[in-house]
Write a protein that binds this ligand. Structure first.
Ligand SMILES: [Zn+2]
Length: 181
């Protein structure tokens, strides 16, 4: 197979991790991994702890343009890894395989996601990333709006949330003069 990411290299059989067969590009270092191989590897390494020894100083590449599946020639779909990184994996439904740029497997390991690769390609996972990002945007908006009072306000919000008679407490706060009978 020819590499569809760098369009220069050739993909040849290589081990992505201990006993995890894949195809790697001799030019860009990208990796084409079939999910069937991944699932087999996952089954055989049920208790593997990939997070225990995260590699240091990872630099992961990122192909931002759309790439074609090296096996089927069909356009691959990009999936975000998490809200903490802009890295996206390319998935080919036609070949049921994933394309990872150089370093992205290590990135997954560090993020504790190497054993949950298949989860990333679900709409549920992608939706969660989106929801988390939206909440963060809201948090930033409030922080800017309330400035120096934001910390105290959000702390007090947590106090209110924990109260059974929260509405009574809010009424007390809202009243012009709550001590006036
Ligand atoms: Zn390549």
């Amino acid at each position: 197979m020819n590499c569809t990411a760098c369009k220069k290299g050739v993909l040849s059989p290589a081990y992505l991790d201990v006993m995890l067969p894949s195809h790697a590009c001799n030019e860009c270092g990208g990796v084409f991994l079939r999910m069937i191989d991944y699932f087999r590897w996952q089954e055989d390494n049920e208790n593997i702890d990939l997070v225990a020894n995260p590699p240091v100083g990872i630099h992961a590449e990122e192909t931002s343009t759309a790439i074609l599946c090296p096996k089927t020639g069909v356009l691959m779909t990009k999936y975000r890894i998490s809200k903490d990184t802009e890295h996206r994996l390319d998935f080919s439904a036609a070949a049921n395989a994933v394309w990872m740029d150089k370093g992205e497997w290590e990135l997954l390991k560090t993020a504790g996601l190497a054993t949950r690769l298949n989860n990333l390609f679900t709409s549920h996972w992608q939706h969660d990333i989106h929801a988390q990002e939206s909440s963060e945007v809201m948090r930033e908006l409030y922080a800017r709006r309330f400035g120096e009072h934001y910390a105290a306000l959000s702390e007090f919000r947590a106090v209110l949330d924990a109260m059974d008679d929260k509405h009574e407490a809010i009424a007390y706060l809202m009243a012009e003069d709550p001590y006036k009978p």
